[in-house]
Design a protein around this ligand. Sequence first.
Ligand code: FES
Length: 93
Amino acid sequence: MPTVKTLVDGKTYEVAAGTKFLDLCQKQKVKHDFGCTVGSYGVCRLEVVEGAAHVDPITADEQDTVAMSTDHAGARLGCQLVIRGDIAVRPVA
Ligand code: FES
């Protein structure tokens, strides 16, 4: 099972491959800001600091929302992030 380390709380969680980061946070009560939950406003920005190849590639819609909400290179949306292998993440301001 893939593991997800969140650098906010320093905890590591096991998830089934294909789990969305949003679903992990809701199930395990991980502290991460979410808003719309559908990729529209960019509140849930994060950076995959380890294992960036272990998530689904960014879509055009996600890229548009990221570009609208931050200039942080490599930012992703937590509500759209699908986990395929071990990763570590931290929020992006
Ligand atoms: S929660 Fe709105 S873009 Fe992710």
